[in-house]
Design a protein around this ligand. Structure first.
Ligand SMILES: C[S@@+](CC[C@H](N)C(=O)[O-])C[C@H]1O[C@@H](n2cnc3c(N)ncnc32)[C@H](O)[C@@H]1O
Length: 345
């Protein structure tokens, strides 16, 4: 069943466990009209319109919104990152306590790898993954995909989802505060927003590592470019916790996981994580530097030269480099919690 078909069902059989507001019906109508005509049809027409530059393929829907490629090579990198994050989080797909979620929204789903895993974990839960690129792989019946820009007004009704999730989408969103407000609206009371994001920064444990090595410069240029476009993707991630609280979420936590770049320290698992991260960074480097070249920021030879030097940095264990994965989550209060004068049970 597609998302639009499901909404038609929701419209006639309101979920008895979810209290919709009076104006929810209006939202359902507007979702039906906008969704059915747009996203699915759009994905087909735009398949043929990919942009090819320097042998890499880029998305065309909202062109330029996401500057990295969407080709198979990049999709393989998502797979590497998925393995790495799974090791970092001890095999957990999420850290929020969720027992029987009804619907989950995964924004910036990429190939849909996380959405598919969570759909397998909760076979009675409806999972919707959305992305700018129609690159999703076949999924179980309880998981479907839509082509949508998460930075625009969301088409989903209020109180609809048990979880809103993102992973590594940060440079694609301009207004994170609005993103959190929209998450609050579409979550049902007690539902969770959970973000697995990474600041585009490389850190070092070695005081002798200069702070402007080529690898750090590539990241800096990438985040400077995004900041200039109004899409911060550096340490602004550490402000998300405050934003979530300001929007009204409770039980908000932020956990920072240090991810070594290469197998330069730790137990066998940490070394394995480091190897995955090295693979990820080596794969990403060309994409990052070519993207900056395509934007007119670097000459092609300069870009390739910077990438080569940055690769050498990434492989150099003596530099003791690492990055962060940051897991931020918060819960939408229940009706009782949201009304301070109502005595709690
Ligand atoms: C690094 S990939 C991560 C994919 C997936 N979340 C994962 O962990 O495997 C980021 C994805 O976010 C998508 N994206 C970026 N900005 C977006 C936006 N504004 N709306 C929807 N998708 C977006 C990109 O197209 C890309 O597929």
């Amino acid at each position: 069943m597609t998302y639009s078909e499901e909404l038609a069902v929701v419209e006639t059989q309101a979920d008895p466990d979810i209290e919709y507001e009076d104006d929810d019906c209006d939202s359902l109508f507007s979702v039906q009209t906008s969704s059915s005509a747009s996203s699915i049809a759009r994905s087909h027409s735009e398949l043929a319109n990919y942009r090819i530059e320097n042998n890499r393929r880029y998305q065309s829907f909202r062109e330029g919104k996401w500057i990295l490629p969407n080709d198979e090579r990049e999709q393989d990198r998502y797979q590497i990152v998925d393995q790495m994050v799974s090791l970092v989080l001890n095999g957990d797909l999420h850290k929020s306590p969720m027992e029987q979620p009804k619907r989950i929204l995964d924004l910036g789903t990429g190939t849909g790898v996380w959405a598919i895993d969570i759909a397998h974990k909760f076979p009675n839960c409806r999972v919707i993954g959305t992305d700018l690129s129609p690159i999703q792989v076949p999924a179980p019946p309880n998981c479907t995909f839509e082509i949508e820009d998460a930075d625009e007004e969301w088409v989903y009704p209020p109180n609809y989802f048990s979880m809103v999730h993102t992973r590594h989408v940060m440079p694609g969103i301009a207004d994170w505060y609005r993103f959190f407000e929209q998450s609050y609206r579409v979550l049902h009371p007690g539902g969770w927003v959970e973000l697995h994001e990474a600041p585009h920064r490389i850190y070092s444990d070695n005081p002798n590592t200069p702070s402007d090595i080529p690898l750090m410069r590539v990241c800096q240029r990438f985040s400077d470019y995004h900041a200039s476009m109004g899409k911060p993707c550096g340490e602004e991630v550490f402000e998300f916790k405050d934003h979530l609280e300001a929007v009204g979420f409770v039980d908000v936590t932020e956990t920072r996981y240090r991810i070594p770049l290469g197998a330069w320290r730790g137990d066998p698992i940490e070394r394995e994580i480091g190897r995955y991260n090295l693979l990820n960074v080596l794969e990403a480097l060309e994409a990052y530097t070519l993207a900056l070249h395509d934007l007119g920021l670097d000459d092609l030879e300069e870009a390739r030269d910077l990438a080569r030097k940055a690769e050498n940095n990434a492989k150099n264990r003596k530099l003791e480099l690492y990055c962060y994965l940051v897991v931020i989550r918060g819960r939408k209060p229940t009706a009782c919690e949201a009304l301070p004068n109502v005595p709690r049970a």
